[in-house]
Write a new protein. Structure first.
Length: 489
């Protein structure tokens, strides 16, 4: 047999893998026919200047894959019945083309390379200030966990979350939100929580009511599970009860998704009266309420209203929240509070999807909470965010004094403001991105495919986050935004 011409690359994979790949390719291309005997390992080692063990490793790999046969005292031959019968090319072999993939549902592919850290001025509405996170302190919690780890915790099990962390969260919810619960389900952030709820409750063509302006990933999760979305009108006080009542009589709505504390994106707080009316309507129509309380911690003018889930005698509220706004989104710790039967089903779905959250992270957060680091950090960040909240308010007032037709209602808390520029903002995001400014504009908070879409013709609002950057950078970024909005005709 004529030796194959093989060029070995020092920077590539191990040489035995390169040799095996070259022989495999030669077989598939028809250069080595079935039944042909290969040169001995010694000859091949001399030919390619390889160690004999390297050659033997390559040959044994090809035997294991079915490309070669090893015969005692006779060496190695090409297998007569190859692993892929069509692997040998002939002039009559048709060229196989890739056919269209039959996806059950085609989702929008996330934009490649979107990195919020690449923007000099970042007005993302829910972005915490990562530079202020106590990394050294939290690192000590991680080290403590790793040094005192019970290896049994690394097995399967504890699908609903680490018991220590769950206990700390339940205690925190009672003290901070007047939410008296004995159990929670730990999730990989609020997005997994939303998807678990959707999978557990929504069948194809079930109707889910949503706020007209809302959190896009929540709507996408519901729609991906087959839901038909029904927009409910909003006003300056939040969700319109009369419109919800009308839609409940028209559509067989199964679930209602709400962000009642700081409505996303408008930041409006739903009044106690409306909350009670909505609860009574949902109970009467057998509708489950999904309460997304994504940034409850940050309030600056008064104590926040307690969650709807804190007064839920009928067990119709599924409450979810996250640590992403307190810590950082990569922690991937969210949680769900609900009736025991609901938590049991959601836990079963979680086990089916990914089994459990990162154990080390859960234990580290539990230790951090136990040592008081969580509360200390929360107090520091609330103080810092209040300063930035006041700074943004002051600068917007300054812009109004300069004659710019800016309108906004100062929220009681949260991490962003909803600003009406009274100018078209539909293309503002793309224009500002070129100048290193990131913000969210009104157009992206509507859902095009709602069965009852209330999407307007014109867009004039933007959601301006103030938490994730210094007051100085925020003011500089607002100058860019103002110039872009009011210099255009």
């Amino acid at each position: 047999m004529q030796p194959l011409v093989i060029e070995f690359d020092e920077s590539e994979s191990a040489k035995y893998l390169q040799l095996a790949s070259a022989i495999r390719s030669a077989i598939m291309q028809g250069k080595l026919a079935p039944g042909v005997k290969l040169s001995s390992a010694r000859v091949m080692a001399n030919t390619y200047q390889l160690n004999r063990h390297t050659v033997m490793n390559a040959l044994q790999l090809l035997v294991a894959e079915g490309w070669l046969e090893s015969q005692q005292r006779s060496g190695y031959r090409i297998t007569k019945s190859l692993p892929i019968q069509s692997s040998v090319s002939t002039s009559s072999t048709p060229i196989l083309k890739v056919k269209p993939y039959q996806f059950a549902k085609t989702l929008a592919v996330p934009a490649a390379g979107m990195d919020l850290t690449a923007y000099k001025y970042n007005f993302a509405g829910g972005l915490p200030d990562l530079a202020s996170f106590p990394q050294k302190e939290f690192k000590r919690s991680i080290s403590h966990v790793c040094n005192h780890l019970d290896i049994n915790q690394l097995h399967y099990g504890q699908v609903s979350g680490n018991e220590q962390l769950k206990a700390h969260i339940c205690d925190y919810l009672y003290k901070a939100r007047n939410l008296n619960v004995s159990d929670v389900l730990i999730c990989n952030g609020s997005q997994e929580a939303l998807f678990l709820i959707a999978k557990a409750f929504i069948k194809k063509d079930d109707f889910v009511a949503v706020e007209t302006l809302g959190y896009p990933p929540a709507r996408q999760a519901f729609a991906a599970c087959g839901a038909q979305l029904v927009d409910i009108k909003q006003d300056d006080e939040g969700l319109c009860v009369d419109d919800l009542k009308a839609q409940l009589e028209f559509y067989p709505i199964k679930m209602l998704y709400l962000t009642p504390l700081h409505q996303y994106p408008t930041t409006v707080t739903l009044s106690p009266t409306r909350r009670l009316q909505i609860y009574q309507l949902c109970y009467a129509h057998n509708v489950m309420i999904i309460e997304d309380d994504y940034d409850h911690e940050f309030h600056y003018r008064c104590q926040p209203l307690q969650p709807m889930a804190a007064d839920d005698p009928a067990g119709i509220v599924i409450y979810l929240s996250t640590f992403s706004k307190i810590m950082f989104s990569a922690a991937r710790i969210g949680y769900i509070c609900a009736a025991p039967e609901v938590l049991a089903q959601l836990t079963a779905w979680k086990q089916l999807m990914n089994h459990k959250n990162d154990v080390i992270m859960q234990l580290a957060v539990a230790h951090w909470m136990k040592e008081g680091g969580f509360e200390r950090h929360l107090k520091r960040m609330t103080k810092l965010y209040k300063q930035r909240y006041e700074a943004m308010d002051a600068y917007l007032i300054e812009l109004q004094a300069l004659g710019h037709p800016i309108e906004y209602k100062k929220p009681d808390g949260g991490m962003a403001m909803w600003v009406n520029f009274n100018k078209d903002t539909q293309h503002l995001k793309a224009q500002l991105a070129k100048q290193g400014v990131y913000l969210q504009t009104e157009a992206e908070f509507y859902f095009t495919n709602s069965v009852r879409s209330l999407k307007p013709i014109n867009y004039s609002y933007a959601r301006l986050g103030f938490a994730g950057q210094s007051s100085e950078k925020m003011q500089q970024g607002l100058k860019f935004i103002t110039m872009q909005v009011f210099s255009s005709k």
